[in-house]
Ligand binder design. Sequence first.
Ligand code: LLP
Length: 438
Amino acid sequence: MSAPGAASGALPGAPWLERRGTELHLEGHALAPLARRFGTPLFVYSRGAMRAALASYQRALAGRRHLVCYAMKANSSLAVLQTFAEAGCGFDIVSGGELERVLAAGGSASKVVFSGVGKTRAEMRQALEAGTDGVRCFNVESVPELERLDAEARAVGRRARVSLRINPDVDARTHPYISTGLRDNKFGIAHAEALDAYRRAAALPGLQVVGIDCHIGSQITQVEPYLDALDRLLDLVDAVEAAGIALHHVDVGGGLGITYTDERPPDAAVLVSRLLERLDARGHGHREILFEPGRSLVGNAGVLLAEVQYLKPGEAKNFCIVDAAMNDLVRPAMYGAWMAIEPCTLRDTPPVRWDVVGPVCESGDWLGRDRDLALEPGDVLAVLSAGAYGMAMASNYNTRSRAAELMLDGDAVHLIREREPARGLFAHERLVPAPAGR
Ligand code: LLP
């Protein structure tokens, strides 16, 4: 995932992100003045870009029974969820907390699929009792989970709709940390054990088998791994139905990549149409198809703005110290991810090579290495493609308040998350009682 070189040609996020003269703009708004008005670090999102990314899936699926379930782990801010809920989108969740967020943002439990290997009893109950009839489907990852879910569903007098997440053992050809469909991953039920698991599920009275799913990884830039995984799923669908168990939907997961540097992932519409072609060719065109995209709906719709605090030229390296850090955007520190960095206002002085780093007390606290930039203290930098796995993975390490967030929507600028007040960071902590007699 670490890629050298600079983003070439159009900016990742174009046409929503563009350079007009010296100024970087997102959805028509100059970014440097927004940074000065709202302070930094600041995430800024384009609502138009999010809607357009979703529409690319939805248009290609028109006329088919389908549901796009936004994998909200990528960016779970309420206004982002609201944007997708208003556009008819469902949600892929992985915790009870995410379910609460969906409902708070106006999403419907009937369009929620619940993924994850470690669902607790409490989370199962919460999902069974959400909305009028619980979540749409549990994506179950093991036989013990089936048994636990059956017990919980019967205890509340419901039947849980289930899909089994199959580990298709295909190589998504992406970074090992975010590849999830190989045999040695913790995810899903092995292909060879799936038929027995379906028989077990069909025999449990608290469950209703409705589908099959997989998710093979993230930041996938080719169509072929998806086609391989779909083939493996459809082989199983045939076998499961031959055993007398009907399957309503096929959920092909998420994982479509975006452009960080020079990647050229297929457009969502191309991915969708290739998968639909394969479904049709194999005689499964009547089935409802589900997608769980995260990154491809939000990644290129957002930037993280940071202000240059100090320039620290050195013998071995030049450091540009900004006010955003690994706690705001952990992808570079965690995966060695390369994310483009652009000055919000271009200078006409010659560029110098910098490591762009944050103020956190860790050598791993960097946002970009070896970047050629013309800078002065006080300049605003934009880390591009920061709409996915940015704020959603932010922490309070070093007792740093999490950033504020803006949503741009046409002419409007909405503050969708205030900067956290420092007091709030320890509001739920308690001092121990003072020793008696002092
Ligand atoms: N469905 C399931 C079951 C998943 O586990 C994931 C992501 C998705 C859908 C959405 O995948 P996407 O379309 O966003 O690729 N933090 C890492 C990415 C971790 C992805 C985890 N699962 C990163 O920053 O690259």
